[in-house]
Design a protein around this ligand. Structure first.
Ligand code: GLU
Length: 427
């Protein structure tokens, strides 16, 4: 391979490495804040990384060993907080980046947590419930020395949900000999879950979209929306946006895209998805391949699937003037620059999808109080926190004359750095 193509290859790899993307955003913000080198290194690097091997008895009697991680990026502002994902693409760089994003996310919305993330390399679609339960319990047992309601509190992420959290809570509780609901959030309601948690990330996306629209002077009824995804973030986000009067023209799942120029009947699409497990077969729309969905004509694009979806390759073809990042890291750092230069406003992940962790915080508070709130209280407190965070990020963007992503990092890093300065270095 020539030196030129090797360099191009390296640039491509760097673009798709989420930890490098995170570090780029971090460094730009750190430059604006004038952070010294030592402090940068302290805040950029994860505090602790645990890698575990998990033997699991499969249904056919064989034993398979899975690899799992838990990364604690930073616990200066409080216990680490962040989800656990089960996915074949999990890797340490991804978990590291996601853990760091959790630190900045909790700081942007000003809740008293640091950031962590976990992942297990597995393909849940090919595993039975029994296999998933044994894997979850073994993973919990393997990482529980670093968990605890005051140390590190996991939550759902890709391919994990309420049932997974119930198994984690039970496994932890069995080991410590008492029911400890605050060990994990995103639990079912009757074992210490919070009302409104399931919808919280989608609700946060909706609140962010509403605030962004006000900022750029648009109205929901004039806004055509493309949502990539249709799960807990994309599906619920689309439903709530639809109720606000936005016109949702496209949704997708991993098998395909649905499109209706006149606007989809989102409750009907989701009912079909719920029944059949796929968008395929829904009648009132066109069916398109997923490639190209992000480039459909729309005003607002909500990437709510996974990382690295908007890249240097397709950024030029994106038609939306507003992007609200439902997923973590859906735009690469290079794509963000291209879009920003083109005048596209991006509400960054660490703000736009912070609704989930915010209600996780409420769940943790309620578990520790043993006193549970109504859905109205949860939703109104969520709205108050999200709107305030949005205003603060927008204000920081104006003050420093930077895009919202850099502003969100500036706000988040400044908060963590000020705690570091007050606490000092333990020696
Ligand atoms: N996995 C979600 C996120 O990336 C939620 C984390 C939490 O609630 O702790 O924000």
């Amino acid at each position: 391979m020539s030196t030129v193509s090797m360099a191009a290859n390296q640039a491509k790899q760097d673009e798709f490495n989420p930890f490098k993307s995170m570090a780029k955003g971090f460094d730009t913000a750190a430059d604006h804040l004038g952070l010294d080198d030592g402090l940068r290194e302290v805040l950029r690097l994860p505090e602790r990384e645990l890698k575990v091997s998990l033997p699991v008895m499969m249904d056919n009697g064989s034993t398979r060993v899975f690899e799992g991680y838990r990364v604690q990026h930073n616990f200066l502002r409080g216990p680490c907080k962040g989800g656990i994902r089960f996915d074949p693409h999990v890797n340490i760089d991804e978990v590291r980046a996601l853990a760091a994003w959790m630190t900045w996310k909790c700081s942007v919305v000003n809740i008293p947590f640091g950031g962590g993330k976990g992942g297990v390399i597995c393909d849940p679609r090919t595993m039975s419930q029994g296999e998933l339960e044994r894997l979850t319990r073994r993973y919990t047992a393997a990482i529980m020395d670093i968990l605890g309601p005051d140390r590190d509190v996991p939550a759902p992420d890709m391919n994990t949900g309420e049932q997974t959290m119930a198994w984690i809570m039970d496994t932890y509780s069995m080991h410590v000999r008492r029911t400890t609901t605050a060990i994990v959030t995103g639990k079912p309601l009757n074992i210490g879950g919070s009302r409104g948690r399931r919808e919280a990330t989608g609700r946060g996306v909706m609140i962010s979209a509403n605030e962004a629209l006000k900022m750029i002077g648009m109205r929901p009824e004039d806004t055509r929306v493309v949502v990539q995804g249709s799960g807990n973030v994309g599906g619920i986000g689309a439903l709530l946006l639809h109720r606000e009067g936005y016109k949702i023209v496209s949704l997708s799942d991993m098998y395909g895209t649905v499109y209706n120029d006149a606007g989809l009947d989102v409750p009907a699409v989701l009912a079909h998805l719920n029944e059949s497990g796929r968008l395929e077969g829904y009648d009132e729309c066109e069916h398109l391949p997923n490639a190209g969905q992000l480039e459909l004509d729309c005003d607002l694009l909500v990437p709510a699937a996974t990382e690295n979806q908007i890249t240097s390759e397709n950024a030029d073809r994106i038609k939306a003037r507003l992007i609200v990042e439902g997923a973590n890291g859906p735009c690469t750092a290079i794509a963000s620059e291209i879009l920003t230069d083109r005048g596209v406003v991006i509400v960054p992940d660490i703000l736009a999808n912070a609704g989930g962790v915010t209600v996780s915080y409420f769940e943790w508070v309620q578990d520790r109080m043993g006193y549970f709130w109504t859905e109205e209280i949860v939703n109104s407190r969520l709205e108050q926190i999200m709107v305030e965070a949005f205003q603060e990020v927008a204000e920081t963007a104006r003050k420093y004359d930077v895009p919202m992503r850099t502003a969100a990092y500036i706000l988040a890093i400044d908060r963590v750095a000020s705690v570091y300065k007050l606490r000092g270095v333990f020696a």
